[in-house]
Design a protein around this ligand. Structure first.
Ligand code: HC1
Ligand code: SF4
Length: 579
């Protein structure tokens, strides 16, 4: 260990540790802005973390960025001196000097790291800010999923790192110089034209409102308050376990009942569960997979994650024939809610608007795909991220902690199995599909329902599942995050991957930590495991564990679709992809 002095106190540091890391371990808080430990990002660009040091090789009392300066034996570090405080304050004032300060209208209002740091260092005025001055930085609102407002960018480059190193998409690049420095898309493209897949990971790490989802809460209110419109609202498997913390509940709390109650209070006419549609997807996808086994098209990739679909279309178009043609649960619910549901309930389908609440930015993008509309009528009318849903509840004065729980009551499209519930975590789609595949091959049920061999958390996992019957074993792989996904795509392309079925989730962790989930300041994906545990607990507590045993799914096939992969099912529930 290395000995040094920190604010007059003798402490020890680990070799190669930075001053910032050492201070944190000893409970000394140094303000930071660009740095994010969870993604190994410390570019030293914001220089808010300056401290004063006396150390061999440095001027006495030199100011250094603590995130980028390693400790040395005998070093003396001052984090609170007047000079340090003045320097930190000046840095933040300079950051604010060209920062669009329309904070009241910002997507990050009340949850902004720049505001926190300004408070922390004691900025009380706006010495350098000139509202009239404009810079060569603008707003890109070309993506249906997200808005990039570079007038709020502090050039921390966290987004560049997560997109390039975390996701391997590498869509983002530093552009301009001096005051015009910003983050843009490679080759000067717009967000929509670029190689971006709308996964939203950059939004999760952005410290300010420079990156945010396209806010569509206003349109939802329009629908809710229009007496001619019948609003159908669905929420995703992962939303119920990733929402309570916004209202002060412990991370991972299951707030399904409170969400249903809150939606009714908002005026939603029909509340449905995306879990139901996840069960429907299992039926179609398992039938599709069993048809493909032994054929030329191998492996089959899952198709429920829209950022993965974008990734395949933009980065691996040669693999598109391998993707399952089954639409995602979000879209399957939409199409069934505009055909079967109105038929059963005696509603004019033209009056229905389907609203989705998703932990995902790419679901907003998915909704706009032309092949997911029929005769100009989109299957899904609007998608809110979990963050927007929180905003919507606050706008209507609803506090989830005070909200009495309610339960689903729709007799056609709200029941779900444990298999549908676990879709929201990596490996869940695979586990759900295997439960039903086993049944399709053998007639009976898989003796051991929970498949531990599918439940790890490594970025890429493989397993061999004995399905029995004519099929024998099925070789499967599961990837979450686009770095391991790229690796497996390369192996499939090279012909070195020996798999039948591959589950892909573009976000690390799967939907429980999707790009549309609540933002955690200074942390990347801190709650994935807690949320995942709750999904597994929901599965255990749900009486029906297999999609094919969901009575509402059975009724849907009996009364409307016929059999899985029937002509009718194919027409409504399957799609295609384009490069
Ligand atoms: Fe997901 Fe899915 S699991 S993609 O992660 O297949 O978003 O939760 O809704 O559609 O069901 C997200 C979650 C979600 C779909 C389902
Ligand atoms: Fe990169 Fe995903 Fe952000 Fe697009 S949404 S820029 S792919 S991190």
């Amino acid at each position: 260990a290395i000995g040094l002095t920190l604010d007059g106190r003798a402490v020890t540091a680990r070799p190669e540790e930075t001053i910032l890391a050492c201070a944190r371990r000893h409970g000394v808080i140094i303000p930071t802005l660009c740095e994010m430990n969870d993604i190994d990002h410390a570019p030293g660009t914001c220089r808010v973390c300056v401290v004063e040091i006396d150390s061999p090789g440095h001027e006495p009392g030199q100011l250094v960025a603590s995130c980028a300066t390693p400790v040395r034996a005998g070093m003396s570090v001052r984090t609170r001196s007047r000079r340090v405080r003045d320097a930190q304050r000046l840095q933040v004032e300079l950051l604010l000097a060209d920062h669009n300060q329309d904070c009241a209208t910002c997507v990050r209002h009340g949850n902004c790291e720049l505001q926190d740091v300004a408070q922390h260092v004691g900025v009380t005025g706006n010495r350098f800010f000139d509202r009239a001055r404009t810079f060569g930085r603008g707003i890109d609102d070309t993506s249906p999923a997200m808005i990039r407002d570079m007038t709020k960018c502090i050039r921390c480059q966290r987004c560049v790192t997560v997109c390039r190193d975390g996701q391997t998409v590498d869509a983002l690049v530093v552009t301009g110089t001096g005051q015009d420095t910003a983050i843009g898309l490679h080759h000067g493209l717009s967000q929509r034209e670029s190689s971006c897949v709308a996964c939203g990971q950059c939004v999760l790490v952005c410290p300010t409102g420079a990156l945010g989802e396209r806010d569509e809460t206003e349109r939802v209110l329009d629908y809710l308050f229009d007496p001619e419109i019948v609003t159908v609202v669905q929420f995703a498997p992962a939303v119920r376990v990733g929402f309570g913390e916004e209202f002060g509940l412990p991370p991972g709390t299951n707030v399904e009942g409170q969400i249903i109650g809150a939606l009714r209070r908002l005026g939603a006419d029909i509340v449905l569960d995306t879990n139901f549609a996840a069960d429907l997807v299992v039926m179609e996808e398992s039938a599709e997979l069993l048809r493909r086994l032994g054929g030329q098209r191998r492996p089959t990739f899952t198709s429920c994650c829209p950022a993965w679909i974008n990734f395949a279309e933009r980065h691996y178009p040669d693999l598109l024939p391998l993707l399952s043609s089954t639409k995602s649960p979000q879209q399957c619910l939409g199409v069934i809610a505009k055909t079967y549901l109105p038929e059963r309930m005696g509603i004019d389908p033209a009056r229905i608007r389907v609203i989705s609440i998703m932990p995902c930015t790419a679901k907003k993008d998915e909704r706009t795909r032309p092949q997911l509309s029929a005769d100009g009528v989109a299957e899904i009318d609007v998608v809110l991220t979990t963050r927007e849903f929180a905003r919507l509840l606050r706008r209507q004065g609803i506090d989830l902690r005070q909200q009495a729980p309610s339960s689903f009551d729709n007799p056609y499209m709200s029941a779900y199995s444990g298999a549908g519930a676990i879709f929201g975590t990596t490996g869940g789609v695979m586990e759900a599909a295997v439960r039903t595949m086993f049944h399709l091959v053998n007639g009976g049920e898989l003796p051991q329902i929970e498949l531990d061999q599918l439940r790890g958390f490594d970025g890429a996992r493989i397993a061999t599942i004995p399905v029995g019957g004519a099929v024998g074993t099925v070789k499967v792989a599961m990837c979450h995050g686009l770095r391991p996904t790229r690796a497996i795509c390369e192996a499939v392309r090279a012909g070195t991957a020996d798999f039948d079925f591959i589950e892909i989730m573009a976000c690390p962790g799967g939907c429980v930590d999707g790009g549309g989930t609540l933002r955690s300041k200074k942390a990347y994906l801190p709650y994935a495991l807690k949320r995942r545990e709750t999904l597994f607990a929901i599965d255990r507590a749900t009486p029906v564990r297999q999609s094919h045993n969901n009575p509402q799914i059975q009724a849907l096939y009996r009364d409307f679709l016929g059999t899985p992969y029937s002509e009718k099912a194919h027409g409504l529930l399957h799609t295609y992809y384009t490069d």
